[in-house]
Design a protein around this ligand. Structure first.
Ligand code: GDP
Length: 674
């Protein structure tokens, strides 16, 4: 219809998303619009095509769609005068993908015309098919329209990182993550700090783990600790563009010194440009050598203050609760240097630190508010999920009405469970929230689809490789506590291989099983072996979703044994033959219906019905097959023993002769092991 009713470019914009053509019966009944008299009917009548307007004005005045009603009100507002039937060049908004129907609507062209154009180019499409933006642009331009390309991700525009001006900024507490080598006391330190702070007179006293907590510094002010130690969590959040941590406390055990994960932590912190504070832990131990830690750190360009550097260091004991105050003071000092600020008076933005589905409370996400203030009643999006904040609960289990910058809170009211690392934003209304989450969910689905496609690809590849190489591979991912044990495991597993089957270690490393291991296992079709380490929650969940088994061991021998057995399963099974007995054919009878029957004498062993037989003539096997019938006198029997006479017939074979020997044997399928 709109082909004939020219309008300004503004209208083209506004009408883009609205379906254009509608049958007269397809619309909800509405009272006739008052706009009627103002609209000249002439030129429209002259059109031959059935349109909303002609259809309605000719024979069905009572039916009017919402869209048409809206268009009329628009027309009433003035800026329109109907000209002769003339094609209008429109600016068509084209997202990354668009359906034929939608494209036609936006151009105000008939979908069949679009389809016809595509057919001319050799593409057979249906009206519901989705085409990419390039194709859509070609078509639109062919039809004389111009195109405005938009990315779908535009819906996210303005969601984050709108800048605050300086005068709105206020100081905020630092957010601290504790990192370090396994067993150097990260968890103990977090617990100790928290307990000490609660005991020293915080309200409540009952604490609950929500993934982050806040304590008061002896210098005044608050400090927020992220309570999910682990480099993976830190990196995962960073990978998603969420910079949560302001300060990393690097825990190094004084009795153990710098270890692989200590170095990893240094690198992570450096990559994130986050300053370090070194906490030399376990200072209570008799064999503690804090000096060694200091000098070892120098190798990794971490120069502590006492050695003339600018990295703060504190000797602590999580166990004896020594110097915890000093550590908090150091954190406060460091944060003063950083001059951390945020605007509390705006819509909240934050990051999901942890999220779970709680049986009683539904989806629960622990969110660290980073700017603005989150309030009960706000409409939020995080990742592909949205919700209206029903309640905010702090780390002491108390309900709070709002949460400002650096404040960790549990957020109740999400429709689904977001993921750790998802960024949270408050949006103005539910429609906007839905627009964003719809887009993200679509993206998620597409990613998942793309991922499963690659899985299939790689499995197929693996199989064909195995086939062409004539050997099977047993892909494995090995995670262990220390690199020594991993080396031991790897070499003994590699020794297991034969010409036919071989363990292939795709990835091995020290540390717990994390999500990326699971993703890798999924793509490679590998099994995950965890030696003296465990999988974190994300990894466990991901493994469950992907149907990947994580096997835990603490004895190398057991591990190797199990892999051996599993690899054995990949060996082609063998058929093992057991000799049962021989019979000599004395005479051949022709029996109606059955065919030829051999009258035999069992010379040794037994002959059993249904078993495999060979017919041997002059020591040459001339037939292999199965025994069809076995009779003694007139009766069918199951077994005939040596010395007895019997009648035998073969399945599908007739050419036996007197003097031939029938060898009877059993075949068992045997699974091989290494
Ligand atoms: P994480 O793996 O880094 O989280 O380390 P944990 O906090 O689980 O601590 C590992 C072990 O070290 C535990 O057995 C703790 O009891 C012990 N530990 C932690 N801090 C101290 C400390 O200050 N002194 C002593 N003697 N032992 C500690």
């Amino acid at each position: 219809p709109r082909v004939a009713t020219p309008r300004g470019p503004m209208d083209a914009e506004e009408d883009d998303r609205r379906p254009v053509r509608r049958g007269p019966g397809g619309a909800p009944a509405r009272p006739a619009a008052p706009a009627k008299p103002t609209r000249p009917a002439g030129p429209e009548k002259s059109r031959g095509r059935l349109t909303v307007v002609t259809a309605q004005s000719s024979d069905d005045e009572r039916q009017r769609s919402v869209a048409s009603f809206r268009r009329r009100t628009q027309r009433m507002s003035g800026h329109r005068h109907v000209e002769a039937k003339e094609k209008i060049a429109r600016e068509v908004t084209v997202p990354e993908t668009i359906s034929i129907q939608e494209l036609a609507n936006r151009m105000a062209e008939r979908a069949v015309d679009v389809i016809r154009l595509l057919m001319k180019q050799g593409q057979m499409v249906k009206i519901t098919d989705v085409i990419d933006a390039d194709t859509a642009q070609l078509i639109a331009e062919e039809l004389g329209h111009s195109v405005r390309r938009v990315a779908e991700s535009d819906v996210e525009e303005g969601l984050f990182d709108t800048t605050d001006t300086d005068e709105h900024l206020e100081s905020r507490p630092p957010v601290v993550t504790i990192m370090g080598h396994v067993d150097h006391g990260k968890t103990s330190l977090l617990d100790a700090i928290r307990k000490a702070n609660v005991v020293s007179g915080e309200a409540g006293g009952i604490t609950q783990h929500i993934g982050a907590y806040q304590v008061t510094s002896p210098l005044g002010g608050k400090i927020t600790f992220i309570d999910t130690p682990g480099h993976a969590a830190f990196t995962a959040m960073r990978a998603r563009g969420a910079k949560v941590t302001d300060i990393v406390v690097l825990v190094v055990a004084a009795d153990d010194g710098v270890m692989p994960q200590t170095i990893e932590a240094i690198n992570h912190a450096r990559a994130a440009k986050v300053p370090l504070i070194v906490a030399i832990n376990k200072i209570d131990k008799p064999d503690a050598k804090p000096e060694r830690v200091r000098s070892e750190l120098l190798q990794y360009e971490v120069q502590v203050e006492s050695l003339g550097g600018d990295t703060l260091e504190v000797e602590v004991s999580a166990k004896a609760q020594t110097n915890l105050d000093k550590l908090l003071e150091a954190i406060t000092l460091q944060s003063e240097v950083l001059d951390l600020k945020a605007n509390p008076n705006r819509d909240a933005e934050g990051t999901v630190i942890e999220a779970k589905l709680d049986r009683g409370r539904g989806p629960v996400a622990t969110v660290l508010v980073q700017r603005g203030t989150l309030r009960v009643g706000d409409i939020v999006v995080a990742g592909a999920e949205m919700g209206r904040v029903r309640a905010l609960i702090d780390d002491k289990g108390a309900n709070v009405a709002s949460a400002g910058p650096s404040f960790p809170v549990e957020v109740l009211g999400f429709n689904g469970t977001p993921e750790a690392g998802d960024r949270l934003a408050v949006v103005e209304n539910e429609a906007r929230a839905r627009e964003i989450t719809d887009y993200r969910q679509r993206q998620k689905r597409e990613k998942a689809a793309a991922r499963s496609a690659t899985v299939r690809g790689s499995l197929e590849q693996m199989m064909s490789q195995a086939k062409t190489a004539g050997r099977k591979e047993f892909p494995l991912i090995i995670k262990g506590d220390v690199s020594g044990s991993i080396e031991a495991i790897t070499s003994s597993l590699e020794k297991l291989g034969t010409d036919e089957v071989q363990a292939r270690i795709i990835h091995s490393g020290a540390g717990g099983v994390n999500e990326s291991d699971v993703t890798l296992a999924e793509t490679a079709g590998a099994a995950i072996i965890a030696f003296n380490v465990r999988a974190n929650k994300e990894a466990r969940d991901a493994a469950e979703r992907a149907g990947i088994e994580i096997r835990y061991y603490n004895i190398i021998y057991d591990l190797v044994d199990d892999v051996k057995a599993a690899m054995g399963g990949l060996l082609a099974p063998v058929n093992r033959e057991t000799m049962l007995g021989n019979a000599l054919i004395k005479e051949i009878f022709a029996v109606s219906k059955v065919g030829k029957v051999a009258g035999c004498l069992v010379t040794d062993g037994t002959v059993e019905r249904g078993q495999h037989v060979r017919l041997i003539r002059d020591n040459v096997v001339i037939h292999e097959g199965k025994l069809a019938t076995l009779n003694r006198f007139k009766d069918a029997v199951n077994t005939v023993h040596a010395g007895q006479e019997c009648g035998m017939s073969f399945e599908n074979y007739q050419d036996m002769r007197a003097g031939d020997v029938i060898e009877c044997y059993r075949v068992e399928v045997v699974q091989r092991t290494l």
